[in-house]
Design a protein. Sequence first.
Length: 285
Amino acid sequence: MTGATLKRLGVMFDRDLPPEQLIPFAKALDATTVDDLWVVEDLGWTGGISAAATALAVTSRLRVGIGITPAPLRNPMLLAMELGNLARLHPGRLAAGIGHGVQDWMRQVGAAVPSPLALLEETVTAVRALLRGETVTLHGKAVHLDGVSLVHPPAEPPPVLTGVKGPRSLALSGRVAEGTIIPEGIGPDELPAVLGHLNAGDDHELVLFTYLYTGGDVSEVAGELVEGQAAYLGVAQEDVSMANGDPEAAAELVKALWAAGAGTVAVRPLGPEPLTHVHALLAAL
């Protein structure tokens, strides 16, 4: 929340973990003081809606965030139906992220669009209106809906966030979404520029993903991952921000991200024993 004092801590269920581990992972987090569990939707790995539904069903307290559904793969009416259903079943416990989708992946499945910006803006606008119970007619550049509505809209619509990183996409998010999800690797020094591009109000939630590793050399478990993320962000590998080192150092990075403007810091624990790092971080915080 870009100007709010409330600071949330989330944990991501990493896409490389076997899906059957999600249930015990979610139950274990539900027993901690962590605020959020974030699930992902990356091409070939796992579906975000089914993962969120599973996590919500086996927990009682956690907010479950979807980070993020690619707009090119999700018709906005179907997406609103899925999100509305989850919001009715689990009021107040869902946060819905929508993004452009990785363009190379979208091309692989024949889902690339001429204007990703137009598609995302029209999708977010339509989904939010549908979740509010409105009848939507929209004939835009990418989205075409004609007099559709939800039969069972949620009494408490879930917040719709976008997962974006470029200046134009950030400005779009600040204008049409209720929050923004920032990818792993962005540090406290970069957040003021992000907030400037967003130009959003205090009720706009800024969620920042960050890698977490409190063991030894992080390169032993994340060398290729960090290399790929550096290329994605267009920065040097050493400039990819991470909550790593001893638990106290990891906690200081999380605190610095909160202080720089992140309303929610969602850590992505690395390695085969992710909850070990989460518990270590919680103890240090």
